[in-house]
Design a protein around this ligand. Structure first.
Ligand code: PMP
Length: 360
């Protein structure tokens, strides 16, 4: 078997060491006589897996004691609705900062559940910038402010955490969690769909402060209630045990790599390599403001779009997979999540240079 370099935006490449461990564990977990998929979520063995996953994530991100970690289902999209349902009271308004497709989706879903103020919308720039906080239209006494630190499609990332906005910060970190150090104490709530930097799709990791949790509504059906889920240790019903187990292995792997500081350094080097190649070429281009460029998702276009199918076909031949850009942006997109080694990015850059020589 030859594993190729998979640049998919998600579900995305997982570390090979994790996949090998999953393969070894699959028929029998430890000496249990059965697979991890076949054991009770209420038993000691899975209890240990779940607790270790949470402890490792807490260590990796330095999650303060007064925050809960939940392992929920329904991906990040479920949180688009559950955040306002849980956090927003009838007399409150929530601020939404829209710097890309996912923030727009979050805002559209939230508007079904409560009152929303659009604080920022960069659609007219083609989602290529992050306006500074002093340009945001903030509401007085907002229940929370929602933003998307990394927009997976446009390839726009907040260079650092936004300054204080008054309201608790709620962040959709689906496509950049664990990719660099993070000050969790700055946030009221963080959520992340798993299928980029954490594990299998469908799982969503949520980190919520006790303060925000205490304010959550308690009139929701329990399966949708953060408070009920927190009280039950995310085991109000049968959780996605397999995804939780894989996430735990990914957290162990990130620790072995040196944690989020080392990942951050590695991710910066990977992204620099690719952006430098794009900027130096004259054949490839990326439209995003330099200080808002994502280190996780790098969209780029070819000077002649009629060459797109040729590029993709030749890239696939060279073992470089899933480079097709999102249909709303066109061109290409290389996703460089934690599991993408720098060799993969070097391979891509070499291929791009060769392609330009041959076709440019
Ligand atoms: N938010 C962001 C930033 C994403 O990239 C995605 C998926 N690509 C989602 C939300 C939606 O995630 P899911 O499909 O798990 O609901």
């Amino acid at each position: 078997m030859t594993r190729k370099f998979n640049f998919s935006a998600g579900p995305a490449a997982l570390p090979e060491a994790v996949l090998e461990r999953v393969r070894d564990d699959l028929p029998e977990y430890g000496d249990t006589g059965c697979s991890v998929m076949e054991i009770s979520h209420r038993g000691r063995v899975f209890g240990d897996i779940a607790a270790r996953a949470e402890a490792d994530l807490r260590e990796l991100l330095g999650i303060p004691e007064d925050y809960r970690v939940l392992f929920l289902q329904g991906g990040a999209t479920a949180q688009f609705a559950l955040v306002p349902m849980n956090l927003l009271r009838d007399d409150e308004i929530a601020d939404y900062v829209v710097t890309g497709h996912w923030g727009k989706k979050a805002r559209t879903e939230a508007a079904r559940a409560g009152r929303i103020n659009l604080s920022v919308d960069t659609v007219e720039s083609g989602y290529t910038k992050i306006p500074p906080v002093d340009q945001w239209r903030l509401s007085e006494g907002a229940g929370y402010l929602h933003f998307t630190p990394n927009e997976t499609i446009a390839g726009v990332e907040f260079p650092s955490e936004p300054g204080a906005v008054g309201a608790p910060l709620v962040a959709d970190m689906s496509s950049n969690i664990l990719s660099r150090p993070l000050d969790v104490s700055r946030y009221g709530l963080i959520y992340a769909g798993a299928q980029k930097n954490i594990g299998p799709a469908g799982l969503c990791v949520l980190i919520i402060s006790d303060e925000v949790l205490a304010r959550c509504r308690d009139d929701l059906p329990s399966v949708f209630s953060y408070r009920a889920q927190a009280e039950q240790g995310s085991m109000l019903n049968t959780p996605n045990t397999f995804a939780w187990y894989v996430a735990g292995l990914v957290f162990q792997w990130v620790k072995e790599q040196g944690g989020v500081e080392a990942m951050g350094e590695r991710n910066r080097r990977k992204a620099d390599l690719l952006y430098e190649a794009i900027d130096a070429s004259g054949f490839y281009s990326n439209p995003v403001d330099r200080d808002a460029r994502s280190r996780m998702n790098v969209p780029f276009t070819l000077a002649d779009p009629s060459l797109d199918p040729v590029f993709l076909e030749e890239a696939e031949h060279a073992g470089l997979l899933a480079l097709k850009g999102h249909r709303s942006v066109g061109g290409m997109r290389a996703s460089l999540y934690n599991a993408m080694p720098i060799e993969g990015v070097r391979g891509l850059v070499d291929f791009m240079e060769g392609f330009e020589r041959r076709h440019g």
